[in-house]
Design a protein around this ligand. Structure first.
Ligand code: SF4
Length: 338
C-alpha cells in the first residue's frame, strides 16, 4: 500500500488509531485493506464536505470553466446545509466565497500557466517505498514551478500570523516540494491559498485603511464615524471572508531530512504491523521472563484520545459488537481517489 501524509500523521498521533483507520482487516474478495469509520460523524463531515465543495469550485475555475460550471461543481458536493448551527458554512456562503475569490484573483492569476489541476501521483522516495501526493494545482510563473494548496479555514477576526506558523516546518509542504522537484526538475515553492470564513451576528468594527483587513468582506458593511477612534470605521456583520496567500519553499537539505524522517516513521509502522501479525515484538522484552504476547493492538497514545473517533473501541478493548454497532468498514484511501 502506498503511503501518504495523512497516514503518517494518523500514525504519529496514535499508532492504534492508524491501525483502526487504515489496517483493520483485509477484504476477503479483493485482498485490499479495509478501515473503520463512523457513519454518524456528521459534525466533522460538514467541514470536510464544505471544504471539498470549495475545492471543486476552484478546480473548475482553474480549468477555465464558466460561473455556472463552478456553481454546479460546488452544488454537487454541498447541495444543502449539513449543520444548521454553522451559520458560516451554508451553500449560499460557499458560493459567495467563490465569487469573492474570483473577483480578487481572476486578473492576477491570468498570468499563471496551469500545468496540472488536482494531481494525484505516486513517487518513489526510496527503492520500493511509494509515497502518494494529492496536489490541488501546479503552475508555472515566470519560468518557475509552484504548487498551490487551497485551504478553507474557519476564523474569528481574520487570517493572522498565527495561522501561518503551522506551515514551517510542515511535512506535507516538504513532501509536495520533493515530488515537484522530481517531476519537474525544480520547485520554487508552495503557495498556501487560504480562504478564511466566519460569521458575525453582532457588528465587528475594523479600520478600512488597515491593509491586513483589505479583503475582509462582510455581507453587511457600513462606514460610520467612531468617536473612540476619531475617524470613520467599518462595521461589518453576517458572513465574512478573508483571502490571503503565502509562499513556502524548501531546500535540498530539508527535503533529504524529510525523506529520512519519513522512512523512519514507515519503519516504525512496519514494526508495529510485524508485531501485531506475528505476535512477536522485534525488541527484547522490557521485563526479562515476562511474556509480551498476545499482541492485540498497536501502540496507543492515550494523550490524543480527546477528539479520536475510535474512543468507543478502545474503551471496550476492541469488542467486536461495538465495532459492528458503531462503525462501517470501507476503503481507507477513498480520499485519495476523490
Ligand atoms: S482512543 Fe486514544 S488510544 Fe484509542 S485509538 Fe484513539 S487516540 Fe489511540
Amino acid at each position: 500500500m502506498p503511503y501518504d501524509n495523512s497516514q503518517l500523521q494518523q500514525f504519529k498521533n496514535c499508532p492504534e488509531s492508524y491501525r483502526l483507520k487504515y489496517r483493520y482487516e483485509k477484504d476477503a474478495v479483493t485482498g485490499l485493506w479495509l478501515g473503520l469509520s463512523k457513519p454518524d460523524a456528521t459534525k466533522d463531515d460538514h467541514h470536510k464536505d464544505f471544504g471539498s465543495a470549495v475545492h471543486a469550485g476552484l478546480r473548475q475555475f482553474y480549468l477555465k470553466d464558466s460561473w455556472s460550471g463552478i456553481e454546479a461543481a460546488f452544488d454537487h458536493e454541498y447541495p444543502s446545509q449539513l449543520d444548521a448551527s454553522d451559520k458560516a458554512k451554508t451553500p449560499e456562503n460557499g458560493k459567495s466565497l467563490l465569487k469573492r475569490y474570483i473577483k480578487r484573483y481572476e486578473t492576477q492569476d491570468a498570468s499563471w500557466e496551469i500545468i496540472d489541476v488536482e494531481v494525484r501521483q505516486e513517487f518513489e522516495i526510496y527503492p520500493g517505498v511509494i509515497f502518494t501526493v494529492k496536489i490541488d494545482l501546479i503552475i508555472r510563473q515566470q519560468g518557475n514551478i509552484y504548487f498551490i494548496d487551497h485551504k478553507t479555514t474557519k476564523m474569528d477576526s481574520g487570517i493572522d500570523t498565527g495561522y501561518w506558523i503551522q506551515f514551517e516546518p510542515n511535512s506535507q509542504i516538504t513532501g509536495y516540494t520533493a515530488f515537484c522537484m522530481e517531476r519537474y526538475g525544480s520547485c520554487s515553492g508552495g503557495i498556501i491559498n487560504a480562504l478564511g470564513l466566519g460569521f458575525r451576528s453582532k457588528p465587528e468594527l475594523f479600520d478600512p485603511e488597515d491593509s491586513t483587513k483589505g479583503w475582509m468582506i462582510y455581507d453587511a458593511q457600513e462606514l460610520k464615524y467612531s468617536k473612540f477612534h476619531g475617524k470613520d470605521m467599518m462595521y461589518g456583520s453576517g458572513f465574512k471572508c478573508d483571502l490571503q496567500r503565502n509562499v513556502f519553499s524548501r531546500n535540498q537539505a530539508q527535503i533529504d531530512a524529510w525523506k529520512e524522517d519519513t522512512l523512519r516513521w514507515i519503519d516504525k509502522m512496519k514494526q508495529e504491523e510485524y508485531a501485531f501479525e506475528s505476535g512477536k515484538t522485534t525488541l527484547p522484552p522490557s521485563v526479562p521472563g515476562h511474556a509480551r504476547t498476545p499482541i492485540s493492538q498497536w501502540t496507543k497514545n492515550e494523550g490524543n484520545c480527546r477528539f479520536c473517533n475510535y474512543k468507543e473501541i478502545c474503551i471496550n478493548v476492541g469488542d467486536e459488537q461495538t465495532v459492528e454497532a458503531m462503525y462501517v468498514k470501507g476503503n481507507p484511501l477513498e480520499y485519495l481517489e476523490q
